[in-house]
Each structure stands twice: as C-alpha cells, then as structure tokens.
Design a protein around this ligand. Sequence first.
Ligand SMILES: CCCCCCCCCCCCCC(=O)SCCNC(=O)CCNC(=O)[C@H](O)C(C)(C)COP(=O)(O)OP(=O)(O)OC[C@H]1O[C@@H](n2cnc3c(N)ncnc32)[C@H](O)[C@@H]1OP(=O)(O)O
Ligand SMILES: Cc1cc2nc3c(=O)[nH]c(=O)nc-3n(C[C@H](O)[C@H](O)[C@H](O)COP(=O)(O)OP(=O)(O)OC[C@H]3O[C@@H](n4cnc5c(N)ncnc54)[C@H](O)[C@@H]3O)c2cc1C
Length: 664
Amino acid sequence: MSSHETRPCVPDLKKERLKCDFNVEELTNLIDGGKEKTALRRKLRSVISSESAYIDPIPPEYMSHEDQFSNELRKTCHTAMLMNKQNIDIKTLQLSKAYIGVLKDGDPLWVHYHVFIPSITGQSDPEQQKIWMEKIRTWKIFGTYAQTELGHGTFLRGLETTATYDRETREFILNSPTITATKWWPGGLGHTVNFAAVMAQLYVGGKCYGPHMFMVQLRDENTHESLPGVTLGEIGPRFGLNTNGNGFLRFDHYRIPRRNMLMKHAQVLEDGTYVKPSHSKLSYGTMVRVRVGIVRDTCIQLQQAVTIATRYSAVRHQSELIPGEPEPQILDYQTQQFKILPQISSVFALFFAANSVIDAYYSVTAQMDLGDMSLLPELHALSSGLKALSASDASRGVEICRLSCGGHGYLASSNFPRLYTQTTCAITYEGENTVLWLQVARYIIKSYRSAQNGNNLKHSVSYLSKQPRPVRGDLSNNGLLEAFKAAVFKLVSDTEGRIQRVCAKGQNYHMAWNQCSLQLLKCAEAHTRFYVCEQFVRKVEMAKGTENVKKILKNLCRLYLTHHVSVNSGDFLKSGSLSQNDIAVLEEEMCSLLEVLRPQAVSIVDAFDFDDGQLNSCLGCWDGDVYQRLYDEALKSPLNKTDVPEAYYKYLRPLMQVGLKSSL
Ligand SMILES: CCCCCCCCCCCCCC(=O)SCCNC(=O)CCNC(=O)[C@H](O)C(C)(C)COP(=O)(O)OP(=O)(O)OC[C@H]1O[C@@H](n2cnc3c(N)ncnc32)[C@H](O)[C@@H]1OP(=O)(O)O
Ligand SMILES: Cc1cc2nc3c(=O)[nH]c(=O)nc-3n(C[C@H](O)[C@H](O)[C@H](O)COP(=O)(O)OP(=O)(O)OC[C@H]3O[C@@H](n4cnc5c(N)ncnc54)[C@H](O)[C@@H]3O)c2cc1C
C-alpha cells in the first residue's frame, strides 16, 4: 500500500485506494526509469510548481489568439531563464514528465528544442556545430525545421525550394519559385525563431542533387525584423496546438554563405564539387530521431487521458446494475472496464516499446558514426512503424477515454479536447501514418523476398525467413507470440503473392503495389503490433521487483495480448495459428482480466504520478471532487460576468420586440 492514500479525497476514491495490493511507488519508479529519476522528476516538479509565472492570468480558452501565443511564449522563455538560473539542463526538464501541463496548447519553442537542435547536432560537421551550438546555447539563435511546403509534405523529392550554388561568390541562392514552394507549417516560424534549418533541392552547375539541409538566418538578431529576401508569417488557427507558432516562409533569391549547407554527410566544395553522403537518406536523419521521440510523447499523453478517465469512472455513479440497488460506480460496468483497462495496458506496451526503440536508435547511430550503415533500413522501418502505431493507438485511446466520461468529457475543463488535438496531430506530423506504414511494408516485403532467395534477415524480421509453426493449443505468452508470427507471415506471404499475381497480369510493379496497399498496411501494422507485444512480454519477464507489482505487469501484458488477438481474430483464424475455440478461450480470459484488474485501476493510474496542475482536468483531480470543480470552472466563463449579456440587447431583444408577423 502506498503512503499517498492518506491525502484527502472523496470516499469513492478512498475506497479504491484502500484496495491497492501493490507498491504504487515501485510502479512509479519503474515508469520513471528508476528511483533516482523519480526523485529528480519530483524535484524538478517542485521547482516548476512554485513558479507563479506559470499561472495563467485567465484560462487560455478565453484569451485571443495573440494573447494565447504571447502567454505561452512568455512561459517558455521563463523556463529557459529559470533553468539557467537553477543551473539545470533544460533537456533534463523536458525529458522528465515534470514539465507536462505548463504549456497548454503548444510551445513556440518545441521545434527549436526537439527538431532544430537535433538537426544541427546530427547534420552539421564539427566546425559548424561549434559555431552554431555556441549561439544556440547563448540564446542568440532560435530555430525551426523548415521542410514541408504548401505543395509537398510527404514526397520530399517533390520539394520545390531551390538552393543553387554560385561558384563566383561561394554562396547558395535560396528561392521559392512557385506558390506551392512556400514553406508551410514549421513550428515557431511565424514570429518566434530567427533561424531555420531549411530543406531545399540542391543545384550545382545546373544539376539537381536532391533535398539537402541549409542553415538560414531569417530575422535580424537585434530587431527581430525579417531580412530582405525573406517573407514570413503565421499560418492561422489550427485544430489544436494554436500556440506553436506554425508559420510560412518564402525566399526571393536569398543568398547564404556556402558553409551554411549542413555538411556532416554531403558537401559542396568551393569549386562546386559535390561530395555525396555515405548513404543517400542520411539527410533524413532528424526525422528518424523525432519519430523515436514521438513514441514516448504519445505514451505520456495516453497516461494523462487514462488517469482522468479512471478516476472519474470511480467517482461517477449512474443507472442501476442490480434493480433497486444504489447506483454503481460506472467503473463497475464491464463495458466501461473494456473502455479503460485496455488503454492502461496500452500505456505499458508503448512505454516498453519506446524504451526499446530509443536503445535501438542509440546503438544504430553509434554504428553509423563508425561508418556502418547496414542497420539504417531496419531502424527506419522500426521507428516509422512505432511512430505510426503509437500515434494512432494513443489518439484512439484518448478519444475512448473522452467518450468514457460521457458529456463532461466534452467540456474543455475535462482537458480531453487539448489532449486529443495534441495526440491526433502526431498521426500527421513527422510522416503521415499511412505513408509510414507503407515504408514499413516496403521493408517487410523486401525482407521476405530476400529470405526467399536464401539470405539471412535482420533481427526484427527474422521470423519471415520460414513459415512459423506454432504449437496448437499453446495459449501461453510465448505460444501467442508464435501465433502472432504465423499470422503476420501469412499476411505477408499472401500480399506478396497477390502483388506477383497482379504483375503477372501485365500490371507494372508500382501499380500492383498501389492495388495491394490496403493489405500492405495490414502487414505493416500487424508486424509492428507483434514487435510491441514481443517487447511487452520480454520486458515483463525481465522485470525486477516485488511479486505484486510483477503480477500487475503480467496481467496488463496478458490483457494487451488477449485484446489484440481478439481484435484481429480473423488474421489468426486465417493463418490457422489459433482455432475458433482458442479465440473463445482468450476472449473469456480477457473478460476475467478486466475483473481482476478493476480493483487496482485507480492505484495503477496514481502511479503515473501526475499532479492536478499537470492533468488540468476537473474530472481527473486527485481528490475526486468533480462536481464542485465543474461548477467553479463554469463560473469562470466571461459570459457569466453579467446576468444579461450585451448580445441580448443587440440581437435577441429587437427580435423579441418585433414578434413573428406570419403565423408560420
Ligand atoms: C503542450 C504540448 C506541446 C507539444 C508540442 C508538440 C509540437 C509538435 C511539433 C511537431 C513537429 C513536427 C515536425 C515535422 O513534421 S517535420 C516534417 C516531417 N516530414 C516528414 O516526415 C515527411 C515524410 N516523408 C518521408 O519521410 C519520405 O519522403 C518518404 C519516407 C515518404 C519517402 O522518401 P523518398 O521519396 O525520398 O524515398 P524513396 O521512395 O525515393 O526511397 C525510399 C527509400 O528510402 C528509404 N528511406 C526513406 N526515408 C528514410 C529514412 N528516414 N531513413 C532511412 N531510409 C529512408 C526507404 O527505406 C527506401 O529504401 P529502399 O527500399 O529503396 O532501400
Ligand atoms: C501540428 C503540425 C506541426 C507540424 N510541424 C512541422 C514542422 O515543424 N516542420 C515541417 O517541415 N513540417 C511540419 N508539419 C508538416 C507535416 O510534417 C506534414 O503535414 C506531414 O508530413 C504530412 O504531409 P502533407 O501535409 O503533405 O500530407 P499529404 O502527403 O498531402 O497527405 C494527404 C493524404 O494523402 C495521403 N498520401 C500522400 N502520399 C501518399 C502515398 N505515397 N501513398 C498513399 N497515400 C498517400 C496521406 O496518407 C494523406 O491521407 C507539421 C504538421 C502539423 C499538423
């Protein structure tokens, strides 16, 4: 039992917390990555919580677009100052969950920290890094990642911004030749940053060498005015993240020095000689890195959503379960448990997957630094698949959590609208999900074919070498993983066979690929799901700690497996890896797991250890005083400042005074 259950809360939550049969703190430590990390996060959180600068003067929902932006820019700049004053590396703060909830609807400097700086460190040579990183460190340079254009986001080879080398002056001339060449979306570009890492088509001596990255100054370092030859602005209100400062940018024959091309991988020498990189896609390295980070970010957003939904479901009473008996907590309905508990299991699945892809990223990039590029395609497939899976699972999960809270989930004060807009945009940015699934599929099909030709496969796809033969009736975790392998193998071999059949009818390969792309998507998702399940099983097997925490992890893992087998039962049946009876047994097990996990649900989400300020939700507060908070929040509406609003005198009263002339 945990010590924090002594804090005051409504009787329903007290009762839930008393049921806790595991050490909440131990689970918190596991999620943080160790006791020390929990302590560090809490220390950072106490620094953040004591800052009055983070208090919004009024709820941001009631501010104008400009005031919202200014308020969040104020807070993000305050953070930079504060961390400097406290001698804390800002990265440490951002990597812990302590900073969650400070910025409400985006951060004008998010892309600077998480995309621009990694571009400089990952794409520029040591000399360039030394110069630029010093200016970044001393706040002379704030930057964005300007890649997407009005006409192209996905298809990078279609980008239209040009960077043409002028051998005479040893400069590049940046130009936006068409309206569709306008850079569109980069975070902070609108009015925050003064530099950008710009992706442009490199031209030397009339020859195009494809997209390359350039460091470009956009605004004067003193006046912040946009420089001649550069046109800049903000792209207007969005579905969410309205304070990210997403902007547009056009160049009119704008000159930058030769050494402003990021030259770690490819170079243009003074005489115009082009030195090509050791792998053609190395300039896409920033995207791989950010995709890896998204898995963790979306996992944290889902943690927030499921904490709110679980606590609310323990407090909310509705209807009758047994006629005549008191209204039960809605968490007692099996259907409600089915909404919430699989989302909790998803949090853990994404958590373990995020850790494993981060490890893979660091080990592959270390090998690449030594000149070995052989693992890059596997890393690209893995990071693309996990980005797509985590973004879609988390955003679906957040929406399910919102729906599980009924009408109150639709209120801004539940915080679901913001959590949803934060999560769903990850489906689009950093590679639209469908497009990334197709990249995964490309890798799987190539691997499958390579195995058919007798070659060895990389670790994550090695099971595609030969038809897996699961043991019938083995429903253990390992048995289910074998069944997964067989189901994915069948999907992949069927899809590859179908591509061949379409080609045999005279269709070219690319058209055949398009005609099979629905199945290809299924292959990619099933392969990635298998990876996540395997990581979950292995990490739980390896988990150290007390038996009761291990039991929670085992049950959540089992719930994840049985849930995903049930959702995709058709694939298992078609491959023959599971029988109808197996599926029925597993679905029954899933239902009993809901019952087993239900009493621990509140304590599991307590272990995510968000404070009320971070959740920013009337429904998810620690003490469960939901109704009073909802009422108090409603009173903050500016419309409630007067009994009769101005709009009544302007519109409603004149209408009422005229009266309806005809009887219709
Ligand atoms: C309050 C809270 C605050 C929160 C704030 C949140 C803020 C949010 C901020 C949001 C910030 C958002 C910031 C943003 O959004 S930044 C913009 C992000 N943009 C994208 O991600 C664009 C997506 N497009 C691409 O990545 C590529 O164009 C694709 C992949 C589609 C094809 O590309 P292309 O047409 O050029 O390729 P190809 O078809 O000729 O060839 C394919 C070959 O290339 C290989 N290949 C491809 N890619 C990679 C790679 N990376 N590493 C290694 N290899 C790679 C591939 O395996 C294949 O190999 P092979 O099979 O031939 O051997
Ligand atoms: C909140 C947010 C922040 C962003 N921040 C940045 C930033 O900081 N810097 C930056 O450079 N960009 C940024 N972007 C842009 C983002 O990276 C792109 O929007 C994204 O890569 C998708 O590209 P697109 O908009 O061109 O979509 P499109 O590619 O036009 O997609 C439209 C539809 O076409 C489909 N489609 C496209 N190609 C294919 C294909 N080959 N096969 C099958 N279907 C296909 C897609 O699946 C989708 O359904 C941001 C976007 C958002 C929403």
